[in-house]
Design a protein around this ligand. Structure first.
Ligand SMILES: [Zn+2]
Length: 324
């Protein structure tokens, strides 16, 4: 009798374990695992997940799921969503590292989603944007993903910032001026409407947290990561306008309402860069410019001055000696 009872308990425990293991991390998704050879098993925690990377699959929902289950693929994403936005499958656990960005460091610190459809041609319905926004807000609430989208190539290191980006914005690891990862992918492409998507993110986030002023830090660095101090940053949008200068750490700090802004970076009236930014939660944004850092260029100036001074003194002494 006791034997049967313990057998029964073991059986129940096994059933519970299998049930738990077949549950997705994201409650709105269906769990359908990718082939274990298509991702890296890991132990990532809340702090490790900093970026939400959006892809377009260049294929159908079913075709993409089958590809990630095929051991020949050697690629994967955590999530796949259908064109209509009505079906969402989770294929890789968030603790594990999916291979989607064409940049191993960005893979290490991100969650990726493939949207069924084709770059430059698919027009997705509102349901797609709404359900994508729901997942983005869930990632923000449970992990370290800031709800901010900044146009252009993301910083060389994923640890310099966090946010939502498209694959086209992932820096090429060997040339961080260029986006799209190692193979310069262009997804999600021109038909993906970032503003519509971020409008839904804002709508959902403010329905949960109310409308509050956000703490936003913008850090301007060179591609090698050194801060650029004393550079002018103009921020305009949502009826507000600011003109600020970066401090010695290349930062500006400000309070903004959630919404869409234009960030213009200039020095001595010369425009270096201009990007759209849509911010919904507190955020630390990092913008890397392909220029020498302020610190480096001012030290070059000092060196040039010292060199001229040395030459001048040398010439003065020589003429003095000759006149004697
Ligand atoms: Zn992609």
């Amino acid at each position: 009798m006791r034997g049967i009872l313990s057998l029964l308990i073991i059986l129940i425990m096994v059933i519970v374990a299998v049930k738990v293991y077949s549950q997705p991390d994201y409650p709105e998704a269906t769990w359908n695992p990718a082939d274990p050879g298509n991702y890296l098993s890991s132990n990532r925690g809340r702090e490790d997940v900093r970026w939400f990377i959006i892809h377009v699959a260049e294929g159908s929902y079913g075709g993409t799921i089958n590809w990630f289950k095929n051991p020949k693929a050697r690629v994967s994403a955590h999530f796949v969503i259908n064109e209509a936005g009505t079906h969402l499958t989770q294929m890789v656990r968030i603790k594990d590292i999916a291979w989607h960005a064409g940049n191993s460091l960005y893979n290490r610190y991100s969650v990726g989603i493939e949207i069924a459809g084709y770059v430059g041609s698919t027009i997705w319905p509102d349901t797609l944007y709404k359900n994508l926004a729901k997942l983005a807000v869930w990632l923000h609430e449970n992990y370290n993903v800031a709800l901010v989208w900044v146009e252009g190539v993301a910083p060389p290191s994923p640890l310099q910032s966090s946010g939502i980006i498209g694959h086209i914005q992932v820096p090429d690891p060997s040339n961080p001026r260029v986006g799209g990862g190692r193979s310069h992918h262009t997804d999600p492409g021109s038909t993906f409407n970032w503003i519509k998507f971020m409008n839904y993110v804002r709508e959902l986030y403010t329905s949960l947290h109310g409308l509050e002023r956000l703490n936003v830090t913008i850090k301007i660095v060179s591609l090698s990561g050194s801060p650029i101090s004393g550079i002018t940053v103009r921020i305009e949008g949502e009826g507000e306008s600011y003109l600020l200068h970066t401090d010695s750490e290349g930062r500006i700090n400000l309070k903004l309402n959630p919404g869409e802004y234009r960030v213009r970076i200039e020095k001595d009236g010369v425009k270096y860069d201009e990007r759209r930014m849509y911010v919904v939660s507190d955020a630390e944004v990092c913008i890397a410019l392909p220029v020498e850092s302020g610190a480096a260029s001012s030290s070059t100036l000092v060196l040039t001055f010292l060199l001229f001074l040395a030459v001048f003194i040398f010439a003065y002494l020589i003429t003095g000696m000759l006149n004697r």
